[in-house]
Ligand binder design. Structure first.
Ligand SMILES: CC(C)(COP(=O)(O)OP(=O)(O)OC[C@H]1O[C@@H](n2cnc3c(N)ncnc32)[C@H](O)[C@@H]1OP(=O)(O)O)[C@@H](O)C(=O)NCCC(=O)NCCS
Length: 405
């Protein structure tokens, strides 16, 4: 029977859940508790059907992300899977092509995803978008070079009472950053505020300055018998951390360090430019490791370049090489930024710098510098275009997305 690609209906969603339960081996629950069924709306999907049987799944969650001071619509690709009996027949490619066309029509100019295996998505033009820092430090090793301003204090609060303030701090923290998501309640709950059987209750503490303004928070779990240590067998796992000035960051880490029975503080979603290594007397005791974060793709070059925020003004003719999955992207674009606002127009002028759709994604978020990619031979440029491109694509912070989806 011929394969049909279409959006799932509400009636198809239990099949959607059964399929994702199998391909992810129950990692997101099973039966009616399956997170894929609960968290995915039918109209976000594009699936492959063999008759009435759903044989491959794909969904795009409509998010909003930060982009250097601006907000941009982002399609968050999720619940991708093909039943093993139907693999290697081009179903994922078929769903991807259709999803890109649909997002293009809907005005969603960029897309991101968490990859089970990066090889699957790099061939579709996705580039690394962020890095996840993983810390594991004993509380006795949290020694700051400089203590926080003594007028700063940190106090715990219940999630319910503190939520409004936590949300406001997060909003301010992410405003000028890149890739962080605007969080609706489900994003706050998933992996941050919602307790689960493994990790026990979720705690929150808010930092205030001398004016009693809320300037930082840490959200974490605290569990016993996790560390093999005679005197400090508890573990803190940080679920979310935000600070509006460096004293808030210091004060929050001092608060964590005062958990004397905790032998290990774990944070698996630290941003690449987290200041803590700079604040510690012995940063190597963080035992920091870094692994890949989200993957990022540009679906509509002209729109994405217009929507992004810029730190510097300038002008550049950008060429974008062939993009078979999103053919409307190929061509030359005149990008001019004045007072931080971009104008983008197609042009027949020669390109001063040429990107593949993937290298453009790398520099768009600030994950890579243009010069770095050009040094590796991955970007072609003429004259002073490299310097102008680096100035235009500069970001104040490393891109980061602590939310999984
Ligand atoms: C990944 C998956 C969805 C691919 O489905 P599929 O319908 O077999 O994919 P396609 O036949 O369209 O293949 C797409 C391309 O990826 C390649 N590919 C497929 N699976 C791959 C893998 N695991 N690693 C590397 N490449 C892979 C194919 O060779 C093909 O290449 P081409 O388009 O250049 O010819 C399927 O293997 C699956 O369900 N895996 C388990 C769940 C999973 O990992 N989902 C992704 C979550 S982020």
């Amino acid at each position: 029977m011929a394969i049909e690609f279409r959006q799932a209906t509400a009636e198809d969603m239990s099949q959607f859940g059964t399929l994702t339960e199998y391909v992810y081996a129950g990692a997101f629950g099973s039966g009616d508790d399956n997170l894929s069924t609960q968290a995915t709306q039918a109209d976000w999907t594009i699936c492959a059907f063999d008759g009435t049987k759903l044989v491959a799944s794909y969904a795009t969650i409509p998010f909003t992300m930060r982009a250097n001071g601006n907000a941009m619509a982002l399609g968050g690709v999720t619940t991708v899977g093909t039943l093993p009996e139907y693999r290697r027949q081009g179903l994922l490619r078929g769903m991807t092509e259709r999803a890109f066309a649909r997002q293009h029509e809907a005005g969603q100019s960029v897309s991101a995803l968490w990859a089970s295996q990066a090889a699957i998505y790099q061939r579709y033009g996705y580039a690394a978008g962020s890095v996840m820092g993983n810390y594991a430090i004993d509380t006795v090793d949290i020694r700051l070079l400089q203590e926080a301003d003594p007028s700063y204090n940190v106090a715990r609060c219940s999630i319910a009472d503190g939520f409004e303030e936590l949300r406001n701090i997060y909003r301010e923290f992410i405003t000028e950053r890149f890739l962080y998501l605007h969080r609706a309640k489900p994003l706050w709950n998933y992996n941050i505020l919602q307790a689960d059987d493994n990790s026990g209750p979720v705690h929150a503490a808010i930092c205030r300055n001398s004016l009693d303004e809320a300037v930082g928070y840490v959200i974490y779990t605290l569990r016993p018998a996790k560390v093999s240590h005679e005197a400090r067998n508890q573990e803190i796992e940080i679920r979310d951390f935000a600070w509006l000035d460096l004293d808030a960051c210091r004060a929050l880490w001092s608060f964590i360090a005062r958990h004397d029975l905790v032998g290990r503080v774990v944070w698996r979603t630290a941003p690449r430019d987290d200041p803590l290594p700079e604040l510690l007397a012995e940063p190597r005791l963080l035992h920091a490791q870094h692994k890949e974060g989200v993957w990022f793709r540009i679906l509509d070059v002209a729109k994405a370049l217009t929507e992004r925020g810029y730190l510097n003004d300038g002008q550049l003719v950008i060429g974008v090489a062939a993009d078979p999955l999103a053919p409307w992207n190929e061509g030359n674009y005149e990008l001019s930024v004045r007072d931080g606002a971009a104008k983008v127009a197609g042009t027949s002028n020669a390109a001063e710098i040429t990107f593949s759709i993937k290298t453009l994604a790398s520099v768009f978020t600030g994950f890579r510098r243009v010069r770095e990619l050009a040094g590796w031979g991955l970007i072609d440029a003429r004259g002073d275009a490299l310097a102008r491109a680096d100035a235009l694509f500069a970001t104040a912070h490393a891109p980061h997305c602590p939310n999984s989806f």
